[in-house]
Design a protein around this ligand. Structure first.
Ligand code: MG
Length: 307
């Protein structure tokens, strides 16, 4: 078991907590809670990887605790193993039907508890790896469109809540089709990787950069003002031109460049991220139609005036 993984044991009996702690502590990080309420709070605050849950507890029993964990989006994906002295297959069935991943009966057998916890932590690790892979663009190794969309929802809600701003850039490589036609897709792919590296170096510490599709990238910059975001956009544009990825096509002889559309908005509950995206996309098209290799900004978003 990896030591960085955390298991939360919820049991009203302190002797049981000590026994389980002693069984598991040499291999994993064990946190304890002596009631359902305390356990739910710790699961939310620490985002533990696994929960061992006692069934019989005063006030809130294990089933009610499980019920509340399942209904909370911050804890619903944490697997729960029920631990109880109840020798009752109906309770076992009830726990499993409620979504428990396993059920261990007391008296506890140390090696069985360890083996089951180890197995479920391994499954958690594999699930997290798959989730991570599902959010990565395999060619450039930066985030993909799905990750951008998920992150946008979170960032948008957070900005609404804090009355904060966020900036959005859409970055598109100019004449990329010509480049691919001239040099082939393998060389085109190497350009995508180099552009992604430049964007990632600059933006990773400030927000999220993702490959939206084809030769188009998006940068999501929470709490970044118009002036800062415009500077970042300019820097990206100049740095990519500065790579001097030169090519010739028909009468053109020059370096790979990008066009960028951008906006800074203060999200409101009644507006959707798509509105801003479409406005930025329109500015990107304007940039493409007016000579390329430039940054154009949404001067006055329809959703608010804070640009
Ligand atoms: Mg108990």
């Amino acid at each position: 078991m990896a030591i960085e993984q955390r298991v939360l044991v919820i049991d009203d009996d302190k002797i049981n907590l000590k026994i389980l702690g002693d069984i598991l502590r040499d291999e994993i990080n064990v946190m304890v809670a002596t009631s359902g309420t305390q356990g739910i709070r710790k699961a939310i605050d620490y985002q533990t990887d696994l929960i061992l849950l006692d069934v019989l507890m005063p006030d809130m029993d294990g089933f009610e605790t499980m019920n509340q964990l399942s209904r909370n989006s911050k804890t619903s994906s944490i697997p729960v193993i029920f631990i109880t002295a109840l020798d009752d297959s109906r309770n076992e069935e009830k726990a499993l039907l409620m979504g428990a991943c396993d059920y261990i009966q007391k008296p506890l057998n140390a090696s069985i508890v360890k083996a089951r916890v180890r197995l479920h932590l391994q499954l958690v690790k594999q699930r997290k790896m798959l989730e991570e892979l599902a959010h990565i663009d395999p060619l450039t190794s930066i985030a993909n469109r799905r990750k951008y969309q998920d992150t946008m929802v979170d960032v948008w809600q957070s900005a609404v809540h804090k009355h904060g701003c966020l900036s959005l850039l859409i970055i598109d490589i100019d004449n990329f089709k010509h480049y691919n036609d001239c040099y082939g897709h393998a060389t085109g792919d190497s350009v995508l990787k180099k552009v992604a590296d430049v964007l990632s170096d600059k933006i990773d510490s400030l927000g999220l950069v993702a490959r939206y599709g084809g030769e188009e990238f998006v940068a999501l910059l929470p709490d970044i003002s118009t002036e800062e975001a415009q500077e970042i956009a300019k820097w990206c544009q100049q740095s990519i031109e500065g790579l001097h990825l030169s090519y010739q096509h028909d009468n053109f002889n020059g370096d790979i460049t990008v066009s960028i559309g951008g906006a800074t908005v203060f999200p409101t509950p009644n507006c959707q991220p798509d509105i801003v995206f479409n406005e930025v996309d329109e500015r990107l098209r304007d940039a493409k139609n007016s000579g390329k290799n430039k940054v154009l900004w949404v001067e006055k978003s329809t959703m608010n005036t804070a640009v």
